[in-house]
Design a binder for this molecule. Sequence first.
Ligand code: ZN
Length: 359
Amino acid sequence: MNCRFAAAILTVCLCCVSHADVHGQVPAMVEFSALGKSQRGIPLLRLTHEMVILGRDGWMHSLDPALPESQIRETNQPFDPISAAELRNELNGEFRRGFEVQATKNFLVVQPEGRGDRWPKLFEQSHRAFVSYMSRRGVEIREGSFPMVAVVLPDEAAMYREFKKLDIEMKRVAGVYAGESNRVITHDGGRRSITEATVRHEAAHQSAYNSGVHSRMSETPRWISEGIGQMFEPAGMTNARTAAQLSDRINQDSLQYIKQNFSGRDDVRFSQAVMQLVSDDTLFQSPDTTAKAYAVAWAMMFYLAERESDHFAKLLNQTSRRPPFRSYPRAERVKDFEQFADCEIFEFSKRVSWYVHSM
Ligand SMILES: [Zn+2]
């Protein structure tokens, strides 16, 4: 997610987005203009030059209220999230010729006409497996406020055109979860095994942000969110028959990376990477270190999920409760981690290293 929120929190009229506050009142919506149309939504953050609004359709908009084109107007209407039927109509209008919208229990899947139920099934199955895996480990799950939208474009070129339209600067990917739109966007023109692994990764982000495992309004350290994305790439994670076996839940790409790039269980560089990931997100920002960041993040989250599930649940439950629109400084990240994992980072990194090298 990439909003421009200021670090300081000013007027956050949060309460609960879809629930009445303690006085029984639901915060009122504003009308605004974004993406070329007039919309309504709930303001989450009000600064002099930035307003963050959650639209009825689940989009998160960041607007400058001082600009006339934002056209922000107060209403006295309570927030009412869009219904699946209404959203389906909107998607039919947005994706016209050659597309169809298929509904499942939790998703609206936009796809090229006549592609059957492969994609809807993949999204629905991934979400259910995510909810089940998390619940069994004590992670708090809540019902999402919006139907989740997945957009499957016919090929890679069409997907990049859609990225451009939405200002998404991603290259060499098979799909993405776009935080502002709350959509997964992928394409149907690549090698099935690679695309499906990416879709399971991106769908896990979407499930996490829509079930309260992460908050869309507060910062989640990248190693936590990407560690979860990596965890759900293996097909075995979404297949009830094979998910029972540990070997089917292992992300083989991440495991191979670690075995090839770290020299055994006591490699001090592994501990350094763990410390860096807990402290800040810099390893994810340089192309030279992203592969390492994803692999080590996977190892940390997978170890917690499989071996210390109470710490895994505490880490996720507490991180998602952080105050909205506030930065998460390094010292706080380190202190929180050592408290949630009940262990110093160095000791933790040794346990993770031993665990993955024993696989
Ligand atoms: Zn990811």
